[in-house]
Design a protein around this ligand. Sequence first.
Ligand code: AMP
Length: 470
Amino acid sequence: MAVFGIFGTKTANVASSTYYGLYALQHRGQASSGIVVNDDGVFHSYKDSGIVNEVFTPRVLDSLGLGQMALGNVRYGTSATKERINAEPMLVNHVKGKLAISHDGALVNYAELRRELELSGAIFHTANDVEVIAYIITKERLTAPSIEEAVSRALGKLKGGYSMLVMSPQKLIAARDENGLHPLCYGIRDNGEYVVASETCALATVGASFIREVEPGEVVVFSKDGVKSIRDNCDKKPERLCVFEYLYTARPDSVISGCSVHLARKRAGAFLAKAHPVEADVVIGAPDSGLDAAIGYAEQSGIPYGLGLIKNKYIGRTFIDPGQNVREDKVKIKLNPVAETVRDKRVVLVDDSIVRGTTMARVVKLLRDAGAKEIHVRSSAPEFLNPCYYGTDIGSKAELIATKCTAKEMAKLFGADSVGFLPLKDVFELGASGTCKGYCAACFNGEYPTEVPVDTGASKYESKISENKK
Ligand code: AMP
């Protein structure tokens, strides 16, 4: 999921800028897209299921008109939350005025908060955390002196991993959870417009120069009075940036906590080469997120890097689609080997992660069919052993292949000659050239920075909904 927002004081085509910003963040979610334009306090919005350039045809984009501020969202969801109704931004009308809210992440106390609100008479329309976020903020607003103060108070109640943007008629407000699990940064354009985005690649796309990141627990307010920071929730919890941002989620041209994602991935590849060396003729990467680590592996090992797999550019991230059947079909149409690179060769195949193992089994078969003599699988992430409760779709334990098989057993299952994972200790060094003080690696080591819901074995979203029916 990703957020993007723009704040200016002059009327401009903020819808178009938001469109390009979201387009740069498309890799973070493909289930739905939405934009809200604020023209002197009047909100114009459009959201629907689908990727940015499908949802926003030129006519739809035009219909949003001009404005001084806008915010947008791209979202991914599993079976229960991919329906149109869950699309963001969410629009809210309450006694203190209007709001539009867009978020990236998930609450761990969603079920609790929702039950509490429902028992006090609240009605919910969606299965999306943002609706709970909206209720908590508007409730706080009843007693808080300003909307930013309400957002700041809400942060203390909203437990989990999230970044969010809240737009009122006059202000754009950016906030990050107390552990700073998900990234959020802002910059400025030459025309004075402030731009806030989940990743720096979106700032670059709209010509904004990076100013800084929103800090864990910080609320940053953009208004006609300038930029204001509220730090009431800062330094309460240790910083815990999701390390999977470096390994998979973010785009390689983004910089998070002062460290290039591309460099972090190359570093992962180099660690992998040290931990799991092998005699081979060529190193190839599984596109797209395995490529940087493959380059790192090749550089460290001295084995030449080759272009071994071509990905159809017009297909999304396979894993994002719910349902095993859909996922398998997409793997089949997504990748094709370059036979010249792998035929009769001993191949090191680097991918960013092995979650259920579906992708890897298929890719190994493709390479065998193309004539690879040996295939040594290397994952630039450690073994996935635990679900994620902060918005990354890493299913329940039962779905994770590493909870059931050793690397040796996996090799057999995939038809590979060996399988090697990044050692856990190395994930904490991936952002070494940056400023991050600590990472969440709970999906690998089970050390969650917050309380977590009980793992029921069902998909998180399904369990969320059945929880709410009780
Ligand atoms: P699997 O086929 O279940 O083992 O999934 C592994 C593949 O999915 C890898 O190639 C990753 O690039 C990709 N992947 C890993 N985690 C995620 C995620 N949370 N969302 C979407 N794709 C993912």
